[in-house]
Design a protein around this ligand. Sequence first.
Ligand code: RIB
Ligand code: CA
Length: 310
Amino acid sequence: MTGSGAWLDMDPGIDDAWALVVAATALQIEGVSAVAGNVPVSSTAKNAREVLSLLGRERVRVYPGANRPLIYEPLTAESFHGNTGLGPWTPRASNVFDHALPVWSHWAKAPEAGRTSTLELIATGPLTNLALGYLTVPDFDSLWSSITVMCGAMPGVRADKHDEFNVYVDPHAADVLFQRGHNVRVVGINVAHQALLPLSDVDRLADGYGPIGRFLSAALRFYSEKARGEGGDPNAFPVDDVVAVAAVMAPSLFQWAEMPLTVVREGPMRGALLITPKDEDRPLVKVATGIDARGFRDFLWERMKTYQKP
Ligand code: RIB
Ligand code: CA
């Protein structure tokens, strides 16, 4: 994992922002594509650029992607992430982006430029950009050594909700991924909510972590108050997207099962993940079935030592 090339597709969003910070401690981030989700794509792209700037990674390019789901009208989550998408933090990054071409064409063109490596793709927002990649870029699947997504809930388990935000916003996109992706890992809300952080953990970031700590402290103080109890513990809060990054950086913290997946795209169960009926041939998806919650928290604060200032 260390030094692996990675591409992040996300909708920052405060847990996305922390996921980016954690990924940057050990993954070589080749690019970030933003998608409409927690807030509109103009804000998610700006927020991704803001976090990269706070990390001193201004050279990592951010590509604005889809501004709406494939079929449904956009849904946003300002109630959890604030109007800017970063809680009380006012991003100062520019929201001027000069890439007119669809997001993936920049990366997909790289074979002509001699790109040889494939990357780990980590998606922590609605999967619209990935679906557009499969629908518009030849051999899109071959660009990626693995595709890890935070979405949905494992079929058949008692999850606190079946309509997890990323898959509910764009169930059609998630279904395209499960139809066509051949090395896909899913971290669902049922596992992410086994790895809740105590509210007190937010206080650890206020001092000693430099500018990124000051940002995360402000944003997570806001988010933890909005998200506390999501997952069943009023004194803890989920960091769903950080768990998805941990699945790439520390997969041994997780238990996995393989199954073909289909997504319920409309009606009262919109967003539910189902095991594909046997008369339909789909690739197997690695689905997280459990996590070492204590190990995840140790992993997270070990990674954050990267930013500790003496
Ligand atoms: O349901 C949790 C997911 O929805 C996370 O990715 C969060 O950032 C929101 O996008
Ligand atoms: Ca997200």
